[in-house]
Design a protein around this ligand. Structure first.
Ligand SMILES: [Mn+2]
Length: 225
């Protein structure tokens, strides 16, 4: 089976219990749609676990993207510009501290391994499961941009704002994280949102809600409290 989860945000316990709940095995594939690090305590621990699993496919969220940029500087400082200082201030106020501390505690080879792993994270994946196509990314920009993929930067797959009330594609289901589903529609508080050929799976695990996961073969939903 093929599964997707997102916005684990350092919740290692929920992550491992989710793998148990779906009986995750070598036959399965799990797409992690970004924001694995920050806010919660154990983002680095989760990444190191994901690294060991060849059937876990990592995508990039805004938090992973920023963490990678700044953590690289701790290994190879280069020139620290005002821009970088602003970015790090932003990172630390937006949940970067536990990620920074855990990274600092790694050995040099572990740091190197982790940074090169994070550098491979996809911005999106366009896949087929059974006869259904899925477009997986941390988030997507507005519909007009998505219809002309040449017109925008890849970064909009980590910071864009989806239009949840629009059907982007008739032949594909978009699967994203990034925005806790309660903010899309209160009715979906702590639950996976499905409408308009869009499935939004960030249920807000790090804010005390369940970690949600969807099976792309069956569209069955799984939750761990
Ligand atoms: Mn995000």
């Amino acid at each position: 089976m093929t599964y997707a989860v997102s916005d684990i945000h350092g919740c290692y316990d929920k992550y491992t219990r989710l793998l148990e709940k779906i009986n995750f095995s070598d036959e399965d594939t799990l797409y992690v749609l970004g924001d694995t690090v920050d806010r919660g305590p154990d983002g680095i621990k989760i990444l190191l676990d994901m690294f060991e699993r060849k059937n876990v496919i990592p995508l990039r969220g805004n938090h992973d993207h920023l963490a990678l940029k700044l953590l690289r500087l701790t290994v190879d400082p280069g020139t620290v510009s005002d821009d970088i200082l602003e970015l790090s201030k932003m990172w630390f106020t937006d949940g970067g501290t536990p990620t920074y501390k855990a990274f600092k505690a790694l050995t040099k080879p572990e740091k190197k391994k982790l940074l090169s792993y994070m550098g491979t994270f996809f911005f999106f994946q366009d896949i087929e499961v059974g006869s259904q196509r899925f477009f997986l990314s941390h988030t997507v920009p507005e519909m007009a941009k998505m219809q002309d993929m040449e017109s925008f930067s890849l970064l909009e797959f980590v910071v864009g704002e989806p239009e949840y009330d629009k059907v982007y594609f008739e032949d594909r289901i978009i699967v994203t994280g990034h925005t806790p589903t309660a903010l899309i529609d209160e009715e979906y508080d702590g639950r996976i949102y499905k409408a308009n050929n869009h499935i939004a799976i960030d249920c807000g695990a790090v804010f005390g809600s369940p970690l949600g996961c969807i099976c792309l073969d069956t569209l069955e939903e799984f939750y761990v409290e």
